[in-house]
Design a protein around this ligand. Structure first.
Ligand code: V55
Length: 404
């Protein structure tokens, strides 16, 4: 047994949440797979190793991060494998396929985006994250799910509380969670979600419609049967966190990147067909799900020279993989003119994001409408955006100004 402590042993959760990038830059160089005591797990820092692990589901099964499992409980698609995983994706995927999304996404997002902008365009200043991006993001996905009557501020509070619980990853030397309060706040929000959604499930049980949750109840079931609520709720939580939060994160991150680079902002505002490039770069630059995917070794395995015993979990840092200097030149710079190279913000392998196409379309439409309505948008020079988070990462606010 070794008693010497290394720089890796001294990494704190607070540092990771503030800015994981300098830490992971050093990990990529010195220890691409490393045990980090603060999070009680091995972390994987490079793109090549993240890809290798996600492509090899014989060696690596998927599990949920401990703080994620404490938050969502058992039964999420995030933690499933094999036949059960295929079954869950068969009921989640159909409404999210590009050919389906193209039939509804315009009507779902553009009018809501225009309505929110109409209320703020005369203000001349805003935290555009709170005033526009978060509301468009939650409205789009929650309406699709069928939660049209849940107010946007409630939905934002739900995803924020669930995210603080899911990201409450800090453990002590024995591997026990250090902070109870974020989990307890998450439990309260889940009670509130169940109280709100249960009557809707009663309604959809008798009256199937085109909403996602109604499909989840009925699709693949024999006549007169609906899927058990215990199977549905954990996946409702998955959507109420990730699917509601991340489009907003990518909108804010992409705009923050453009505002730091006025020449790039001007090009994109003048030529909105460049938006998909800018959005791809935003998702690469600061992956909104920065470090959440966990795999577990099915048998003893050697990776990056390290021998890991069967049952060892490893946390894939897609946010770090996306700044791998062996793949991207000057990776910490936001640059819409980069050569195309697939990033890992939507993961990879059989658990890759089901909402990639929908989420990207929501972000694109929100930014198209923003630049159409407020083409002269500028950063507030007094208030630079503060990025935060290790599990989920994005600017906490984005203060902007414009001439009215
Ligand atoms: C992830 C995705 C989620 C979520 C929590 O690891 C974690 C990915 C799509 O939603 O709520």
């Amino acid at each position: 047994m070794t008693t010497s402590t290394t720089w890796i042993d001294q990494i704190t959760m607070a540092e990771l949440d503030r800015d994981p990038n300098p830490i992971y830059e050093r990990l990529r160089r010195e220890a691409p797979v490393a045990f980090v005591p603060a999070v009680g797990m091995h972390v994987v820092a490079t793109r090549e190793l993240c890809l290798q692990i996600t492509q090899d589901s014989d060696t690596w099964s998927t599990v949920i991060a401990p703080s994620g499992g404490r938050t969502f409980g058992a039964g999420t698609v995030l933690a499933s494998n094999g036949d059960r995983h295929r079954e869950l994706r068969e009921w989640i995927d159909p409404q999210l396929r590009p050919s389906a999304v193209d039939t509804y996404v315009e009507k779902l997002v553009r009018p809501q985006a225009q309505a929110i902008l109409a209320k703020i365009e005369g203000l001349g200043a805003a935290d555009i994250q709170a005033a526009y991006f978060a509301p468009v993001s939650v409205r789009a996905v929650a309406d699709l799910m069928g939660l049209v009557d849940v107010p946007s501020d409630t939905l934002v509070r739900w995803f924020q509380t669930l995210a603080m619980s899911y990201g409450n990853a800090e453990v002590d030397a024995l591997g026990n969670f250090v902070n109870a309060a974020p989990f307890e706040a998450g439990d309260k929000v889940k009670d509130e979600i169940i109280a709100t959604v249960d009557p809707m499930l009663d309604h959809w049980t008798a009256n199937p419609d085109h909403t996602l949750i109604s499909h989840w109840l009925h699709d693949g079931m024999s006549d007169g049967e609906v899927r058990d609520r215990a199977e549905i709720y954990p996946n409702i939580y998955v959507f109420l966190l990730g699917a509601l939060q991340e489009p907003g994160h990518v909108m804010t991150t992409t705009l923050a990147g453009l505002l730091q680079n006025p020449d790039q902002l001007e090009k994109v505002v003048d030529e909105p067909s460049l938006l998909p490039r800018a959005i791809t770069e935003g998702a690469r630059w600061v992956a909104p799900i920065w470090s959440a995917a966990v795999k577990v070794a099915n048998h003893d395995v050697t990776i990056a020279g390290l021998e890991l015993a069967a049952g060892t979990p490893v946390m894939l840092a897609y946010g770090s993989a996306n700044r791998d200097e062996s793949v991207w030149e000057n990776p910490s710079a936001f640059d819409v003119d980069r050569p195309a190279m697939p990033h890992l913000a939507f993961g990879s392998g059989n658990h890759a994001c089901a909402g990639t196409y929908l989420g990207t379309a929501i972000v694109r439409i929100a930014l198209e409408e923003l630049f159409e309505t407020i083409p002269n948008i500028e950063p507030d020079p007094e208030r630079a955006p503060q990025f935060w988070g290790w599990t989920f990462r994005g600017p906490q606010a984005l203060h902007v100004l414009w001439e009215v």
